[in-house]
Design a protein around this ligand. Structure first.
Ligand SMILES: NC(=O)c1ccc[n+]([C@@H]2O[C@H](COP(=O)([O-])OP(=O)(O)OC[C@H]3O[C@@H](n4cnc5c(N)ncnc54)[C@H](OP(=O)(O)O)[C@@H]3O)[C@@H](O)[C@H]2O)c1
Length: 356
């Protein structure tokens, strides 16, 4: 095992860590193939994200990803493809390629289901679609509560309260996060989910949540890439034994096609990233993803392309130097591509900031 200080020096970006006892990635220090949750559960540090994976190909993508070695899957009600993801997972399990307990499957509670009485219904629907009797991790997708849309009325409900209205918009419903979290805790007690966590939360909301949680959040999922490094939030999570998963780990790549990133905002096209990639004979995407796992977070890159599935998982036979880690972290611009304060107004006619 590498001594704590050596690890900090070798990763560079974690040099802010002051208390070795809060590190829950110890046994993965060398390879970073897994992260450990406070409960002791191991999670593969690279998972496959399902946002914007077409329903028509989702089941096949799941099967191909299992063939190339993925065991961690990041799904959500809102992605609209959980039934197809479930179909692919069920086929892989029934063909004997993999067993349920070897998988780590995450889903997320949608914004319209924050009321205590809807949380169980929401997880039951995700479980039915995924064809499982338990989830490994269930996250509150956003600290945004919207008016309930009955399951039989529209599923997944999306952001608009009534998409057919003359001027469709989001409809807020002010539900205390405590009410939602207490219902999430019940899911653990009932055995429907093994771990619970949150997504798109900051330190203030986490502190408040931890003031009453009897089951603290195991995981925080947030946007993380070289243009949004969020060191203070990572440090806070480390000191609070909350593991972190980074979404959109490739930065702007996910956002070009939906006009949420400008053409010149790419991370993987940056000359410095490309030159590090050339040194290791790796792709620029692999360098950025390696930076993500090497700083101790899990990542959930999305692709439906077989070559990229392999590429995005092949991160464990090279290591960036402390200097390279620092250089990549130094690209930070606090650029958040996935910001409800912008997209809710642009796409859903509703001003809905959450970070300000
Ligand atoms: N909790 C939340 O609020 C939240 C928000 C956003 C995302 N997420 C989760 O995080 C996952 C990942 O985030 P994301 O999908 O936004 O972004 P991402 O994984 O960083 O980027 C996906 C984009 O990059 C392309 N890509 C993938 N691998 C590549 C490679 N090796 N080289 C070049 N391009 C590559 C993909 O295209 P192809 O598919 O064509 O390969 C796609 O356009 C999501 O799928 C979802 O599960 C969660």
């Amino acid at each position: 095992m590498i001594p704590f200080q050596a690890w900090v020096e070798s990763t560079g970006s974690l040099s802010y860590v002051s208390n070795p006892s809060v590190i829950f990635h110890q046994e993965s220090i060398i390879s970073h193939e897994k992260i450990k949750l406070a409960s002791g559960a191991d999670v593969p540090s690279v998972g496959l994200g399902f946002w914007k994976i077409d329903r028509a190909v989702a089941a096949d993508v799941v099967q191909s990803s299992i063939d190339v070695g993925y065991r961690h899957f990041d799904a959500a009600c809102d992605y609209g493809n959980e039934a197809e993801v479930g179909q692919g997972l069920a086929a892989a399990i029934s063909s004997g390629k993999v067993r349920r307990h070897e998988l780590w499957v995450t889903s997320k509670l949608w914004n319209t289901y924050h009321r205590g009485e809807h949380v169980r219904q929401a997880v039951k629907r995700s479980l039915a679609d995924l064809r499982f009797d338990y989830l490994d991790l269930y996250l509150v997708h956003f600290p945004i509560s919207l008016a309930f849309v009955p399951f039989e009325h529209r599923y997944p409900p999306g952001w608009f309260y009534d998409p057919k209205a003359t001027s469709p918009a989001m409809k807020s419903d002010l539900v205390p996060i405590r009410e939602t979290w207490e219902a999430m805790q019940e899911l653990v007690r009932e055995g429907l989910v093994r771990e619970i966590g949150v997504s798109n939360f900051g330190t203030s909301l986490l502190r408040d949540l931890m003031s009453y949680a009897t089951i603290p959040p195991a995981v925080l999922q947030i946007e993380l890439h070289p243009f949004l490094t969020q060191e203070k939030l990572l440090r806070f999570c480390q000191e609070s034994s909350i593991a972190v998963t980074g979404f959109s780990p490739l930065g702007a790549e996910s956002y070009f096609s939906i006009n949420m990133a400008k053409p010149d905002e790419g991370v993987i096209t940056l000359p410095i990233v490309q030159s590090i990639a050339a040194k290791y004979k790796r792709s620029a995407a692999q360098v950025v993803l390696r930076w993500g796992v090497q700083r101790g977070t899990a990542i959930v890159p999305k692709t439906s392309n077989l070559e990229r599935l392999r590429e995005n998982l092949a991160l464990f036979d090279f290591e960036l130097t402390a200097e390279e880690m620092k250089t990549i972290s130094g690209l930070n611009q606090n650029r958040r591509f996935n910001d409800p304060g912008d997209f809710a107004e642009a796409a859903f006619n509703t001003f809905f900031p959450i970070y300000e």
